[in-house]
Design a protein around this ligand. Sequence first.
Ligand code: IYR
Length: 224
Amino acid sequence: MNAEYVPLEGYEALSEAEMQARADMVLETLRKRRTIREFSDKPVSRELIETCIQAAGTAPSGANHQPWHFVAISDSETKRRIRVAAEAEEAEFYGGKAPDEWLDALAPLGTDASKPFLETAPWLIAVFAQRRGGEKLGQDKKNYYVTESVGLATGMLITALHSAGLGTLTHTPAPMGFLRDICERPKDEKPFVLMVVGYPAKHAKVPKHALVKKDISEISTILD
Ligand code: IYR
């Protein structure tokens, strides 16, 4: 075995009371997250976005290949192109492509093909999944557990953005191939999700339906 191990540094042992208090705080913070669909055009600094992307980049990944790429867009022309392309896909989706069961599931959200927030919000972050890569940039090895890894990184991105006080929308216009073209990413990268990021608009509304989360007893089984 040629794996080199070094001592763990920086692990902070806490008292049980402190651990519970911190877990309570994280829960309280995450419970306040709402998916936002009405954004203010108030600017958000590039530095804040970059810090949140760095937080996402700490996610665990298959063989530590970090199979993700984040394209952060504040440029108005690029946002406009993304809106035009996304609305074209959504028009097809809502105009007949989506099965009734799917449309019924979306009815309580009241979404439609119009996506003005893609231009209003100060930042869009397109997340790409890399089928090939490696632990260093420029490698061309097979990546493992790509979807799981990029899902974890995206969750951490949302957590960072929300913790920083920003609103987010996890947007998935389907199909998303246009994002690869507009963001000029290579063919073997798959658009994973488009995060819309900014401050909620002053009088932003959220669907009542989405406020209800399943209870711990419904989402977990404890075998102790
Ligand atoms: N992509 C479409 C439809 C949509 C699908 C799901 I699943 C949602 O949770 C929300 C919307 C849209 O953005 O309108």
